[in-house]
Design a protein around this ligand. Sequence first.
Ligand SMILES: [Zn+2]
Length: 235
Amino acid sequence: MNTQAHETRRLLAVFAHPDDETFICGGTLAKYASEGVEITLVSATKGDMGRRMGNPPYLNRETMAAAREQELREACDCLGIGELIFFGIRDKTVEFEDEESLTGRIEALIREIGPDVVLTFHERYGGHPDHCAIGKAATAAFRRSASKGALYFITFGDAMEHPKRYGYTRKDVIKVDVGAHLEAKLAAFRAHRCQTEIDEWVWLADDEALSRFGDYEYFLKGDPDAPQRAGDDLF
Ligand SMILES: [Zn+2]
């Protein structure tokens, strides 16, 4: 037990689209929620420009935002995310937002919530312009807020089994064991129905679908000079 055992631990995740939380780090969010961590999720957009419209397609540009909002709310229930905030930015336009005002909104949230852990995208390795833009703003906001917490960047799959390819070393990587939380992750995948219907494996029998998930999710430390923490825990 650490010295914070009697205090509520808080995690703030700042992402771009409904499904980022589930597809990229759903196991980790479910794990910490199950341990009593209070989680707030920011989704900058409602994913209204997504190319997947259901299978067979049943959504259109007008109905997509509401459908994806509802799906994200269900996914949050599956994962144990207690608070969901939308920034109301149009999908695929986060990079064109005024950077100062976006950073300011996130900074205000960090000051209000006082998170122990902030998760966001790496501004270069985000994999999508919206991801990189929200990650850049959240990183700037974290630094400006002088938060006592720790910043981590989410990463894709097991890419960080080989951190040297990205200019990092093993000690920059936190490897979280999510093996006990894959059912929650699968339920959240299924909650994002219009995005996952086309992925047949998601809808296989539970055992078979669960076998497609890795047992670990990987995070990069946002501050390489921060005091060394355990390599398998964000807190
Ligand atoms: Zn995304």
